[in-house]
Design a protein around this ligand. Sequence first.
Ligand SMILES: [Mn+2]
Length: 432
Amino acid sequence: MSRIYITGHKNPDMDSLCSAYAYASLKNQIDSKNEYVAVRIGSLTKSIQKFFEAIGAEAPQYKNHIYPTVKDVILEPSERIDANMPLTSLSKFYNEENPSSYPIYDGNEFIGLLTIDDIALWFMHSLEKHEKINAAPLIKDVLKMRDERFEATELFEDAKTVMTKSKLRGYPVYEENKYIGYVTRRCFLDAPKHNVILVDHNEASQSIKGLETANIVEILDHHRLGALKTILPIYMDIEPLGSTCTIVYQHYLKYNLKPNEVEAKMLLAGLISDTVILKSPTTTKTDVDTANELTKIANVNLNEFAEKMFSSMGGLTAEVANEKIEADFKIYAENGISVGIGQCEVITLRDLDSYKDAYLKTLDEVRLKNSLNWAMLMITDVIKETSVLLTTDFKLNKNIQYKKIEKNIYDMPGVLSRKKQLLPDVLSLINQ
Ligand SMILES: [Mn+2]
């Protein structure tokens, strides 16, 4: 049974996370010979984690790279040899397997690797001292204690370099300070390859580190085809649909399987996220039909579910005020006045009241930090295509032409662009 990782792209979005999750579930149902593991190659915000928890799904686990490691090539004999046994108890293994090293235990505890060099040296010393060898020595008398070891996570290629230069024939391998096996030079003849399925991307530059050392088994995607070479022919399903989750759902249908409620919610989340609740021009009829089916299976109201999902992705809450304001904050200087303007996208402004005070306060802190005269934050509702402007106290506030909602907060219906709409208005105020 081999393990096959399923990963979306770097900086994973909802479609990447959810399609990896659901496709791993499906593959585990239709192929019991392998184990499919959904992974992600980027961090998850707490709110997205909470969203997954709320729908009963476990977020794909983080995976740093797919390079082979020492752990992939470790050996461990089934039979344990104790240090208190005579050296001759090893002769069977040296006859049959001819190992260059053998792990030695003291009771249940691994204490060291006995190498054939240790044995040879012991006999040479005895000969040198003209000692008579009447009985076999105990293993513990021959065994040399050494500090050299590998960590299980050490990269295969790095360990190979160490072993090539080392006089030692074997190294014990530890994982979290626990001995898990050992490696000899022979373990490094061929680099093992990990298996991976790419979803929601097909370009190496967007993929997991070490992809060039892995076997790409399949690709499921809805992006343009980038250059990627494989050694063997592979299965690919690349379609111009609104989301990879839509493609994964088509695969459930292909196998006459129905996603369970959690899988349906995950698929729906990826689908409506990539298609902005089926409003994006990338949305196809298949996406709309799929969304309808999934909504039924998941037993949710599409718009309510979408709101929960979008707010988990980037809702403006008081806790993340600083992060949100500074994420996209541009500074302009004109006529001796410096002004900083940030922009955030949301899917609803309905919850503005819950965070506006925190954002006004943080906006002033950001202004001070950057030694600015004036700071603004444009919050754009991408669904209703409208924006709200938050500003710090400044003498020119009284000249702002937008409709004032309350102190330092203005309504900007139809204004979506900072560069083309808001900035010219701000600059003309400064130049008056
Ligand atoms: Mn996508």
